[in-house]
Unconditional design. Structure first.
Length: 337
């Protein structure tokens, strides 16, 4: 064999090996990959994802990451968004704690990271006007709708009925999609609903329901995580600079929603109408914003409680080690306002 060919072959191998090591080193250092041409954000057209809705419709996210292309992708449910994240169809997402905990458990802690909070509280317990339910204690044994079996509100409702009201089982908890709860409440087939906003306010406005309580009042400190921002460990390692730009927009809208919620309501109403194709009933967005606390704090202690409750109720086979779930390194480096 020609020795020149052998030398050339090993030289190419050495170059490839060094190039690969250099790329891996860049990724661990948090450098932006030169091949990245697009950042994809998943979110819900919902009041509890207000920073995402406003950041998308205002063009703030798009301007922040330019010249990288910004591609927003609306979702209707947390499991679908999480599946898209784990299958590399989106890079960053706004989502509730329940699907996040499931993804973390299924991936053995390798698939997802919480990089910021977005919203807390914002869950109402409402009852049919002729149900006779006046207090939270009156929920015992009554037909209570939750958005989805095993979702964040479903787990909280079951935990409350078993551990606070002392029910023997939770067969009276009925997982029913939010869009179907209105007609079932009007028909008298459900007595109450345990819903995130704006669905609680929607039932009050459209079905004549009345508010019985807020879930936040059941938590120590009257605060619990409702929406967090997530990404994958790989994207966090490679593109911390882009995540910082997205989180800066989230921080700006968080401050605006807290400082001047009334001024944000018309813009949020218009944005949600544009995204969903029809406006929400008058007053629903304003009522919903008043019930939600917009915050960058992911409230990890409440995520641990969610995980414990899911295990106690049989929705998780084992408790997770959550020590790697939350990574606020990018958020903590943002300039203070």
């Amino acid at each position: 064999m020609d020795l020149r060919f052998v030398y050339m072959f090993f030289a190419v191998l050495l170059f490839a090996f060094q190039f690969g090591c250099d790329k891996a080193s860049d990724a661990r250092a948090g450098g932006q990959s030169p091949s990245l041409s697009e950042v994809r954000l998943g979110y819900f057209p919902n009041v509890t994802h207000a920073q995402a809705v406003l950041g998308v419709t205002s063009g703030d996210f798009e301007r922040a990451v330019a010249p990288v292309k910004f591609s927003p992708q609306p979702f209707n449910a947390g499991p679908a968004l999480i599946q898209a994240l784990l299958h590399d169809q989106i890079d960053v997402g706004y989502v509730g704690p329940g699907p996040v905990m499931n993804a973390y458990a299924i991936s053995h802690g390798e698939g997802i990271r919480v990089i910021s909070g977005a919203a807390a509280n914002g869950v109402l317990i409402v009852a049919r006007k002729d149900s006779g339910i006046a207090t939270m204690a009156d929920l015992r044994g009554r037909r209570i709708a939750t958005p989805q079996r095993g979702n964040t509100q479903d787990i909280a409702a079951r935990h409350y009925l078993l551990n606070v009201l002392g029910q023997r089982d939770t067969e009276n908890v009925l997982p029913i999609s939010n869009s179907n709860q209105f007609s079932l409440m009007q028909q008298g087939q459900i007595d109450a609903a345990w819903d995130p906003e704006p669905w609680g306010s929607m039932l009050i406005a459209k079905a004549g329901a009345h508010q019985v309580g807020e879930e936040k009042d059941l938590w120590p400190g009257k605060e619990f995580s409702l929406t967090v921002i997530v990404t994958t460990p790989e994207f966090l390692a490679k593109h911390a600079d882009l995540l910082a730009k997205l989180l800066a927009v989230n921080r700006d809208w968080t401050h605006r929603l807290n400082d001047s919620p009334g001024a944000c309501v018309p813009q949020l109403e218009a944005a949600l109408a544009a995204l969903t194709g029809k406006p929400l009933p008058r007053g629903v967005v304003a009522s919903s914003v008043a019930h939600v606390k917009f915050t960058e704090e992911p409230l990890p202690a409440t995520l641990e409680a969610d995980d414990q409750w899911a295990f106690d109720l049989g929705f998780a086979r084992q408790k997770s080690d959550l020590s790697r779930l939350t990574d606020l390194s990018v958020l903590q480096k943002l300039p203070k306002r």
